[in-house]
Ligand binder design. Structure first.
Ligand SMILES: CCCCCCCCCCCCCCCCCCCCCCCCCC(=O)SCCNC(=O)CCNC(=O)[C@H](O)C(C)(C)COP(=O)(O)OP(=O)(O)OC[C@H]1O[C@@H](n2cnc3c(N)ncnc32)[C@H](O)[C@@H]1OP(=O)(O)O
Ligand SMILES: NC(=O)C1=CN([C@@H]2O[C@H](COP(=O)(O)OP(=O)(O)OC[C@H]3O[C@@H](n4cnc5c(N)ncnc54)[C@H](OP(=O)(O)O)[C@@H]3O)[C@@H](O)[C@H]2O)C=CC1
Length: 515
């Protein structure tokens, strides 16, 4: 019997960010392993013209929840969507809902955040800092609360090279930042943002670090823990391999490489690709929830959920495996053949961006215009280049994260829990994982049918022929122009032609002699 699964039985659990990538995998695992839990409250906002109910319905009817429906047929009754916007005061939760949450919640998993790297500081502070503070305030009024688990990121201190499982303070107190966001106007905030974030690359990592400080400062009598995952990727094993449904982190670049948009990327092939599968993060999160509630550690423990120090993989190996998988299982309707390389300095990056990204986009848009269609490739390419520039910081450096607390927790689990809530990244086979990841991107994110693979391969062959034809035509045009303008080129051309002629004559003469 799993002690962790047993622990969540009968519990009322509050999850923020349950409609997000990690939140959905967390909810799925909870329902699947503890179908007898009392209720999962999720804080949801209406979005993209969908009501709360429609959003929940869509999640529960997705492929991800197929197994849950077998073990927990009444899952619809156990999920309670509460209308909330974390950008608003008291999250704009109704009095009645708030009363229910305060009275019944046993465990909180706080996943909601803005994960955009370039969010305006005011918005990033509101969601990643102020909302965390408000949620802690709510938590302090919950009589039954056993644990509050805060999801942060391993990159909250990416300005350091070696990172321990401790909180590193930022120079300006979070309370001062929260206060100043209330009265400073946008222009001044824009001006002070670079000074505040200092040697961090973006507002995301900075505000996640402030969020951790808030958790530490507002802890009071709460039973808290912080989890710091690195780059969360598709699922490794559960509920099935390769599940992913958004383009964040490496996923978007995998799509761009498979569709042939991404041809070169400024990355250090030997830098550690600190990826961590979503199901490993979720298993650790649930184990931490159990440990924090049952063992009540004296201080707030921080758990690194990273792979680099236990089972490292690098970007070079990952890139090669991604491309190798696309050879076997290509994406449909690719723009160009999946073929990409790493560049390591500014000059080659600029060169390949011009030759491999911008030029084909301009030529394709020209073709679209000629055929009376709306050009779109240049715009798409510019967005890709902007995204690449945002991610570059993370693919040209390596970090070391200590994992003492995570390893300590592993040793406290029973063999059954180590199996059911496996977060031992040493067992992960990277090549197999990356192949499943790429397959998952095709199946679950792009919703492409595997039956279309022969047609996709045919399409790549056509692209290859167009490529050869295009290069040959380009060479002939260039050569023709050169001959027209340069005496040296004409001499070379005359020499080649007469050499070929002599060679053919000799060959013909010798074959006539043999007969
Ligand atoms: C030897 C040979 C080998 C050769 C091999 C060659 C290689 C071949 C294989 C390649 C794989 C190997 C290398 C992998 C490297 C991975 C590095 C990952 C590092 C991650 C570190 C994370 C550390 C921290 C982790 C955390 O703790 S947090 C989680 C991370 N947080 C994020 O990842 C948010 C990022 N995003 C944004 O910050 C915003 O997206 C923003 C970008 C500002 C745009 O912003 P904006 O321009 O306003 O536009 P959007 O509306 O947002 O998007 C506009 C359009 O871009 C699309 N798009 C959004 N994203 C991405 C994305 N990634 N990739 C691609 N597209 C994306 C979106 O679909 C939309 O397309 P559309 O729908 O228009 O068609
Ligand atoms: N993905 C990654 O690589 C990593 C993620 N993390 C952390 O994990 C956590 C989850 O990330 P992930 O699942 O990837 O992120 P997603 O962007 O997929 O999910 C974010 C969630 O937060 C919710 N949210 C955002 N704004 C509001 C709001 N104003 N009111 C209510 N809910 C809101 C979103 O709701 P809605 O659906 O309505 O937008 C969504 O459910 C975050 O704390 C992130 O920092 C840490 C390391 C890496």
């Amino acid at each position: 019997m799993s002690m962790i699964a047993d622990f969540y039985g009968g519990k009322s659990i509050l999850i923020t960010g349950a409609t997000g990538f990690l939140g959905k995998v967390l909810m799925e695992k909870l329902f699947r392993t503890s179908p007898d839990l009392r209720v999962i409250y999720i804080l949801v906002r209406p979005k993209a013209g969908q009501t709360l109910q429609q959003r929940v319905f869509q999640i529960l009817n997705s492929k991800l929840f197929e197994k849950v429906k077998e073990v927990c047929p009444n899952v619809h009754e156990k999920i309670r969507a509460i209308s909330a916007d974390l950008n608003q005061n008291d999250f704009a939760i109704s009095m009645q809902d708030m009363q229910e949450l305060l009275s019944y919640t046993d465990i909180i998993f706080h996943c909601a955040a803005t994960v955009r790297f370039d969010d305006h500081l005011r918005h990033a502070v509101q969601l990643n800092v102020t909302a965390t503070q408000q949620l802690l305030l709510m938590a302090s009024q919950m009589p039954n609360l056993e644990a509050f688990i805060h999801i942060s990121t391993a990159f909250s201190n990416c300005n350091l090279k070696h990172i321990d499982e401790v909180i590193y303070p930022c120079p300006v107190e979070p309370k001062k930042i929260i206060d100043s966001m209330e009265w400073l106007d946008d222009a001044i905030i824009d001006e002070i943002t670079p000074k505040l974030i200092g040697d961090r690359p973006n507002t995301y990592t900075y505000t996640k670090a402030l969020g951790e400080m808030v958790v530490q400062q507002e802890s009071g009598k709460l039973n808290l823990a912080i989890i710091r995952p690195s780059i969360v990727g598709a699922t490794w094993q559960e509920p099935f391999p390769g599940w992913v449904d958004n383009v964040n982190g490496p996923t978007g670049l995998i799509v761009a490489a498979g569709k042939g948009f991404l041809r070169s990327i400024r990355a250090t092939p030997m830098a550690v690709a600190d990826l961590i599968p979503a199901d490993i993060v979720v298993n650790l999160t649930l184990a931490v929830g159990w440990y924090t509630a049952v063992h009540r550690p004296k201080s707030t423990l921080i758990y690194h959920c990273t792979s680099g120090n236990l089972n490292p993989c690098n970007w070079g190996k990952m890139g090669i495996q991604v491309l190798a998988t696309f050879e076997k299982i290509p994406l449909e309707r690719a723009f160009r053949r999946p073929k990409a390389d790493f560049t390591t300095n500014n000059v080659t990056t600029q060169y390949w961006n011009a030759v491999s990204h911008r030029a084909p986009a301009i030529i394709y848009d020209f073709y679209l215009r000629l055929t009376g269609r709306k050009p779109r490739m240049t715009k798409l390419m510019n967005r890709l280049l902007r995204t690449l520039s945002m991610l570059e910081y993370f693919i040209n450096r390596s970090w070391e994260w200590s994992t003492y607390n995570t390893e300590m927790l592993m040793s406290k689990l029973s063999p059954e829990d180590q199996r059911v809530f496996n977060f031992d990244v040493r067992q992960l086979n990277w090549l197999e994982y990356i192949e499943n990841y790429v397959l998952g991107v095709k199946k679950y994110l792009l919703k492409e049918d595997m039956a279309g693979i022969p047609e996709a391969k045919q399409h790549l062959k056509r692209l290859r022929n167009i490529h050869y034809l295009f290069n040959t035509a380009l060479f002939l045009i260039a050569w023709r122009l050169l001959i027209a303008r340069s005496q040296v080129a004409r001499n070379v051309w005359f020499f080649i032609v007469s050499f070929c002629y002599k060679f053919l004559s000799y060959f013909r003469a010798s074959s006539t002699l043999k007969v």
